[in-house]
Design a protein around this ligand. Sequence first.
Ligand code: FA5
Length: 350
Amino acid sequence: MDDKILHLKEEIERELSAASDLSSLDQLRVSYLGKKGSITALLKGMKDLAADQKKAFGADVNKLKEYAMTKVEEKTQELKKKQIELEIAAMPRFDISSPAANEMGSYHPITLVQRQCETIFKSMGFTVEDYPEVVTDYECFESVNIPKHHPARDMQDTYYLENGQLLKSQTSAAQNAILRKYGPGLKENGVPIKAIFPGRCFRNEATDACHENTFFQMEGMMVDKNISISNLIYFMKTMLSEVFRKDIKVRLRPGFFPFVEPGFELDISCLICGGEGCPSCKHSGWLELCPCGMIHPNVLREGGIDPDEYTGFAFGLGLTRLAMMKYGIKDIRDLNSGSLKALSQFTDDE
Ligand code: FA5
């Protein structure tokens, strides 16, 4: 083998064993195998050799090139492995088998009450649906009979995003999607639509003891042939008696929502003050908890359901307020406070 080639091979071996990281290894690769590298230069120099030397020299240089490429690849893999091992060694260690410290986590009161409602409605044949928090104007308003510039929009001071979408101001935003999802089953197989869809809502509210700008609702819908207000009242009563497991005073009064007709406000007697009046119920003794009503024909039609053939009810339960009443939390703002002292004292009593 030519001296120059032997010399280069020894040099490569020396430098390879000294390379301690991927970037110096890459420099090394470029200096030997790159366009202006030493091995490439040897190959280019072959044109000046005598014809009888070319063949042997060319074969040796190619062997060296292959050798260098293999060694660089091997060293790359070795260094990558070392780097991963170092990263793993630097990760914080924890023992997953060790028992938790005395402080166990606990569920947020809203999660507790939401799960309880889900269990109740599931036992009555309702599905539980998830829905995004960022929605379109069509989903939140137009599809539920609130066209652009309708005065009912003023009731919900909505956060709009720059792209025209908005933070869901009511769980009713999912009504159209639910009708479209389960409508075919209703029309083709006669399976009633029975769904609840809990979710976080956002409104630009001036906050007080019973208003937050971020709160939870749980919407529910049932659509079938011959659904009437009595069905609505039955499901509302069952849900409330299961959640509270005691007699509570309820009142139903007319209420306006463009997506129901007739519409009702379902209030419960304030459980904080026993109906006497306090900041939690704005001193009225009653708390608006679960507006509801018979689904407006326009909403059914927009969801692909024929209102002459099917009827249904919908409700929009204020889950955050339900948690207040169930757990005796006087100020709604405590629920978003992040205070563990305030929030970790509740347990699931199912
Ligand atoms: C609605 O949002 C309707 N989409 C409800 C509905 C659904 C009616 C289906 C008919 C049929 P409303 O804005 O009143 O309605 O809110 C419903 C419930 O959410 C209220 O009764 C209350 O319990 C709760 N809620 C509303 N705003 C707030 C708030 N700022 N903070 C806490 N809870 C609130």
